[in-house]
Design a protein around this ligand. Structure first.
Ligand SMILES: C[S@@+](CC[C@H](N)C(=O)[O-])C[C@H]1O[C@@H](n2cnc3c(N)ncnc32)[C@H](O)[C@@H]1O
Length: 257
């Protein structure tokens, strides 16, 4: 490790800030729920939506320094955006090459921030929020989203959070038409064993505070073994001590008869 010790430690402990921030939102949401309890998403989900919406400008600014903007700008045709959350990526799409974007989001606490973002960007004519889990076939069918109906799926920071990621990737593959593309910018397990060990430790609390997000998923393996793809581009971004090394690129659906 030698000289990089300081920089490593900073990278490892930097994660305490978002973790504590997210826990604070859970506590505040829990307290306000005691006063005015109501139906709808769980306290954890409501807290996550509020925290994620409030810190959105920081995420958006960081993402500008990565490959994410150019990946989003390449989306085309009928697009399914997996887990849009507060709509942080909406300004990055190139509307001239898009027919419709279906934003499939299970957390209804994102309804208002997502609606506001669509309105602010005047995307009402092409952006359709669909509040359900991507595994909910019946809910997607009601929107006309069926196997083979999608030209392009975008997944930006979502496969870390879904239950059973292999099944979700296989589902996305089925929704794509033959030749359709899955565009990803995800974080996952580090290839550096020290960092990977630290990810395992942080992982004890991270998913509790951040709505199921896991730090240690083997993202390339999940993507490449769950369905049959032609790899157009798949790369890693980030230093070896990064707690969130990114896997990004474009996979094309291969369908053999
Ligand atoms: C870290 S947020 C990322 C939000 C957004 N993609 C972005 O780039 O800002 C992860 C999102 O994935 C959503 N998600 C989790 N499980 C999902 C599922 N099964 N289907 C669709 N979205 C899901 C969460 O509700 C959350 O909005």
């Amino acid at each position: 490790m030698g000289f990089d010790l300081k920089i490593r430690l900073r990278s490892y402990f930097d994660k305490s800030q978002p973790l504590l921030g997210a826990f604070k939102y859970i506590w505040t949401t829990y307290r306000s729920n005691e006063q005015t309890p109501g139906p709808g998403p769980s306290i954890q989900r409501r807290a996550f939506a509020k925290w994620f919406t409030d810190v959105a400008p920081h995420f958006i600014a960081f993402e500008e320094t990565t490959s994410l903007p150019s990946l989003a700008a390449a989306a085309h045709g009928t697009v399914l955006e997996l887990g849009p959350g507060a709509g942080n990526q909406l300004q990055r799409y190139n509307r001239d090459q898009i027919t419709t974007i279906y934003g499939v989001e299970p957390n209804a606490a994102f309804r208002e921030p997502l609606r506001a973002k669509i309105e602010q960007l005047h995307l009402d004519a092409i952006y359709v929020p669909v509040f359900c889990d991507v595994m909910d076939t019946a809910a997607l069918e009601r929107q006309g989203i069926v196997d083979g109906s999608i030209d392009c799926v975008t997944s930006f920071g979502v496969l870390c959070s879904v239950d059973r990621p292999e099944e979700v990737v296989a589902r996305l593959w089925r929704l794509l038409r033959p030749g359709g593309e899955l565009v990803v910018w995800e974080h996952g397990a580090s290839e550096d064993w020290v960092t990977w060990g630290v990810q395992k430790v942080w992982n004890l609390l991270w998913p509790v505070a951040l709505d199921g997000c896991r730090l240690d998923r083997k993202m390339e393996e999940i993507l490449l073994t769950s369905a049959e793809w032609e790899v157009l581009d798949l790369r890693r971004e980030g230093e070896k001590w990064s707690m969130m090394p990114r896997v990004s690129g474009v996979l094309r659906k291969v369908q053999r008869d």
